[in-house]
Ligand binder design. Structure first.
Ligand code: CA
Length: 292
């Protein structure tokens, strides 16, 4: 039997995305990319704060020195939660107005990795960037179509990464000291019936949780055998991303989207675009903050 999923916020998000649990403040950050919103969900108050942004955010991560970091339509930026002020840090693609930043996360050393995609989703013009704590930017992969989920193994030896249309999860050797990646290979081949792999997180047992856009579920994958270990069904098709959070890091928060659904589809799955959570039976690892 599928694990029970609970609706947390009936957000009706167009493109809910990027959930990340902040262990310091015990809140969940998430975004609605298309509505240009940053959300801060506090489970103690059961309150979801909505902050309007001027451009599409692709992802959000906490920052060690305070506040948050965004990868947004026009590059990397810092965000002040008190003043709601966005300060642009750097834009490595100022020459590519047809691209926007999409998903990303920090590695264990606090480097901020985020990738880009073309707004029309069909051209392999995206790249994966690494913003280091000294604010230097490094292009790490190119020829990507929809740069998405990214995470690191518990021993920091491996980086896992998804470019959605490739229908697989790639693994790279990761050098924690330099942030270099090498030895790209396929860790998991996603069968068609599971649908598009989107956002991803890793649990304390080094297994990968992936939101499957169009599939209506999150799946737990074993990156060593390539096998599917678990599946949690959602009451809507477009499942975008997930993150383990809560006081014990044992709740899986899941974002979803209404984008691309017609009236009839929305009537059938009225909770589409909601923020959900489930108890997956395994703990997560604390998300890494940007060290700059
Ligand atoms: Ca995504």
């Amino acid at each position: 039997m599928s694990k029970q999923v609970e609706l947390v916020v009936d957000a009706q998000a167009t493109l809910g995305e990027g959930p990340i649990w902040d262990v310091d403040s015990q809140v969940l950050y998430w975004i609605d990319i298309e509505e240009r919103e940053l959300h801060v969900y506090d489970p103690r108050l059961d309150e979801d704060r909505r902050i309007d942004l001027l451009e599409r955010p692709g992802t959000v991560v906490p920052r060690k020195s305070g506040g948050l970091m965004l990868a947004q339509e026009n590059g990397f930026a810092s965000f002040d939660l008190k003043t709601e002020q966005v300060t642009v840090v750097t834009d490595p693609e100022s020459d590519k107005p047809e691209n926007r930043f999409n998903d990303g996360k920090c590695d264990p050393q606090g480097r901020f990795w985020a990738g880009t995609m073309s707004l029309n989703k069909s051209q392999p013009t995206g790249s994966l960037y690494r913003l280091d704590p000294d604010l230097s930017v490094h292009k790490m992969c190119s020829d990507l179509t929809i740069s998405n989920g990214i995470c690191w193994s518990g021993d920091q030896s491996t980086m896992y990464y998804i470019d959605t249309p490739q229908m697989c999860i790639h693994a790279y050797d990761f050098d924690p000291a330099t942030g270099k990646i090498s030895n790209k290979r396929v860790a998991v081949t996603i069968p068609k019936e599971a649908s598009w792999p989107d956002g991803m997180t890793i649990d304390a047992e080094d297994k990968l949780w992936v939101g499957h856009y169009g599939g209506g579920h999150v799946c737990r994958w074993d990156p060593h055998t390539g096998k599917q270990l678990d599946r949690i069904e959602l009451p809507c098709p477009n499942v975008t991303a997930c993150a383990l959070g809560g006081p014990n890091l044992d709740m899986l928060y899941i974002t979803t989207a209404r984008a691309g659904m017609d009236k009839a589809a929305l009537a059938e799955t009225p909770l589409a675009g909601g923020l959900f959570r489930a108890k997956p039976g395994v703990k997560g690892v604390a998300a890494f903050a940007f060290a700059g």
